[in-house]
Each structure stands twice: as C-alpha cells, then as structure tokens.
Write a protein of this length. Structure first.
Length: 153
C-alpha cells in the first residue's frame, strides 16, 4: 500500500454530476492522503500505513519545529484513492498499472484505511472511489511525504 501525505491548509474533491461540479469531500487545515492499493496488500498494510499517516510529525509546534501530528492536533484527513501510485513507467511510454489491486479489493482496503484513521480520532473526508475527480488543495510548507507499507521507499 502506498500513500502520498501532504500537509494542507485546505483541500477538496469535486466530481461531475450531470454537468455540475459537486463537492464530495472537503477539509480545512489537515492532511491530504492519496492512497494506492497494491495486489498483495492486506489489513496489516492498512494498519501500518494508517498509523504512520496519522502520527507523522509534519505540523509545527510553538518553536516552529515539525513535532506535531494530525492526531496530536485533531486535524482531519481527506483520503483520495489513487491507483496511479502503482504506475510502472520503466518500459515504454504508457505506464502499466498491473501492480494495482482491482476495484473490489482496493475499495475494501480503502474503506478499511478510512475506518482505521477514524478509530484514531481523525475525522475523515473521502474522495469518490473509482470516479474521475478534481482535487484542489493548498500544500502548506510544502510538505509532501511518500509512504509505502512494504518499505520500498
């Protein structure tokens, strides 16, 4: 399981519904998490990555050091499914997504990830799984962290 975690001062996801932009998830200060699910991911990967994302110390304390997490500050998360985190572009010009889990398996683990964050006291907003989305955000810092439950990076 892979994630891109960004410290944001605001983020939202909109989808097209009958020609109109509809906001399906929105947060103010918090973390934006792009989440990719791999073929061999399971609930252990969910637990590891949710704990890591929730407790990443990427927010400033009173001395302007990154010592606080979303859990510490009770900040929300906007979680957006993104199978493209499993893109393999090493060969040719068209990325392969063969390392990404199929929709059914990915949806189950995506939902488990969101529940796991909620159980840690983080309010979770969601993107629209499997839909074309427009994500707007203000990355603060900028702080962007890459996580992989298999610790490949």
């Amino acid at each position: 399981m892979r994630a891109v975690v960004q410290r944001v001062s605001g983020a939202s996801v909109t989808v097209n519904e009958n020609g109109c932009a509809v906001t399906v998830g929105q947060i103010d200060q918090g973390i934006l998490i792009y989440l990719g699910v791999g073929l061999d991911d399971d609930l252990k990967d969910v637990a590891y990555l949710a704990d890591k994302a929730a407790n990443l110390r990427i927010f400033m304390d009173s001395e302007e050091k990154m010592n606080l997490s979303a859990c510490d500050l009770e900040y929300p998360a906007l979680v957006v499914s993104q199978f493209t985190l499993y893109a393999d572009a090493r060969k040719g010009r068209r990325p392969s997504f063969s390392g990404a889990a199929g929709n059914e398996a990915a949806l189950g683990l995506y939902e488990s990830f969101c529940r796991n964050l909620s159980e840690k006291g983080i309010h979770v907003e969601r993107g629209a799984f499997g839909r074309i989305m427009k994500v707007a955000y203000t990355n603060e810092g900028p702080i962007t962290i890459l996580l992989d439950s298999k610790k490949q990076f």
